[in-house]
Design a protein around this ligand. Structure first.
Ligand SMILES: [Ca+2]
Ligand SMILES: [Ca+2]
Ligand SMILES: [Ca+2]
Length: 362
């Protein structure tokens, strides 16, 4: 009798414990769901986005700061101009001031805008008014004078030519190669050399710099709040060039008149950040919103998951507005081998990541 009673009590105890565990799990699920809902701003695509974010939750990255492409789907907004934390990265007459600012989100987190430049070497100049290196053509360049960054000991030496509106940081096979010497203007162009082996993974952070930090705008064309535009072209000596086969994702989108102007769409496994098509009519000035997406520390790594990145969009030199810029035209024969690329919004997408892997010379 006693034994039976003991077993019965044990059974009851086990049931109580099991049921308590179940409740905790439910509670966690609810919390996760609430967080997920808060993170989703796109009302028209809520179902798809929730699905995607929940997949992220399963991998323990609901609001993850560090890993994988799921973070590219988590947006936070700031509103209004940021605080300048660096009034000028470089000193150079005749250009716009390359300032860096900080904005505070509704959730209290702070973000550096438009970006915090990486601590890496600046690229060698093709044309740079700030250093007064101004080649008239590629032929004038002494390639042997350009330092070769060794990434892979047994790799091949590659030479690359890069023009960015306005700024880039280049990584190859997960290692830093060089950054743009002039974050904003005057417009400049660069040459880089590195030794790397195939498969070769290119990762570029490209930035359309801004004058009004946190607003994504500059004084231009009669407006103090012109949204500015972007674009980058890179041509490498093994035949690799920027084109529509590269992948591109946006991480900082501004100026937005309303949060709802940004939608996050998922299509064929790709996550697309969609913002208004600029037609010369930004309706906000100092009260604009900016959308920020967390960038993984590993964004330039070889193993970074870029499978949700959409393809880059190509643009003509006329659309980018370089046909009157000698930092481009002096080398247009070389740059013309590649195509200008960006995300689908050349105006509002101010910080983007480009990625591309090649298995052999092209
Ligand atoms: Ca530049
Ligand atoms: Ca620009
Ligand atoms: Ca812009």
């Amino acid at each position: 009798m006693k034994q039976t009673k003991m077993m019965f009590m044990l059974l009851v105890l086990m049931m109580v414990v099991l049921s308590a565990c179940g409740n905790n799990q439910d509670a966690e699920d609810v919390n996760e769901q609430e967080e997920t809902q808060e993170d989703i701003t796109n009302e028209t695509d809520t179902e798809e986005n929730t699905e995607e974010t929940e997949q992220g939750s399963d991998e323990g990255e609901t609001n993850g700061n560090t890993s994988g492409s799921h973070t590219a789907n988590t947006v936070v907004f700031s509103q209004g101009e940021g605080t300048v934390i660096n009034p000028g990265i470089i000193e150079c007459k005749g250009g716009r001031v390359s300032a860096v600012g900080e904005v505070t989100e509704e959730d209290g987190s702070t973000w550096t805008v438009p970006t915090s430049p990486a601590d890496m070497e600046t690229a060698s100049d093709l044309l740079n008014q700030c250093t007064d290196v101004q080649f008239n053509s590629i032929d004038e360049l002494d390639l042997d004078s350009i330092p070769v960054v060794e990434i892979d000991e047994d790799g091949e030496i590659i030479t690359g030519y890069i023009f960015a509106d306005n700024y880039f940081e280049l990584y190859v096979n997960g290692e830093p190669v060089a950054k743009d010497a002039v974050p904003f203007t005057p417009f400049n162009s660069h040459v880089v050399r590195f030794k790397a082996s195939y498969p070769m993974t290119y990762a570029i952070k490209a930035v359309d710099w801004e004058e009004n930090v946190g607003l994504g705008t500059e004084s231009n064309k009669g407006s103090d709040y012109h949204p500015g535009d972007a674009g980058i072209v890179a041509v490498f000596s093994d035949g690799t060039v920027t084109n529509g086969s590269w992948l591109a994702q946006s991480y900082y989108i501004s100026p937005l008149a309303a949060k709802e102007d940004l939608t996050i769409q998922e299509k064929d496994g790709k996550i697309i950040h969609t913002s208004p098509d600029y037609r010369g009519d930004v309706t906000c000035t100092t009260d604009c919103y900016a959308a920020h997406f967390e960038l993984s520390d590993n964004w330039y790594g070889v193993d970074f998951d870029d499978s949700t990145f959409p393809n880059a969009v190509t643009y003509t030199t006329g659309q980018i507005g370089v046909d009157n810029k000698n930092s481009y035209t002096n080398f247009s024969e070389t740059f013309g081998q590649g195509e200008f690329v960006w995300t689908q919004n050349l105006v509002y997408d101010n910080v983007i990541i480009l990625r591309h892997t090649v298995n052999q010379p092209q």
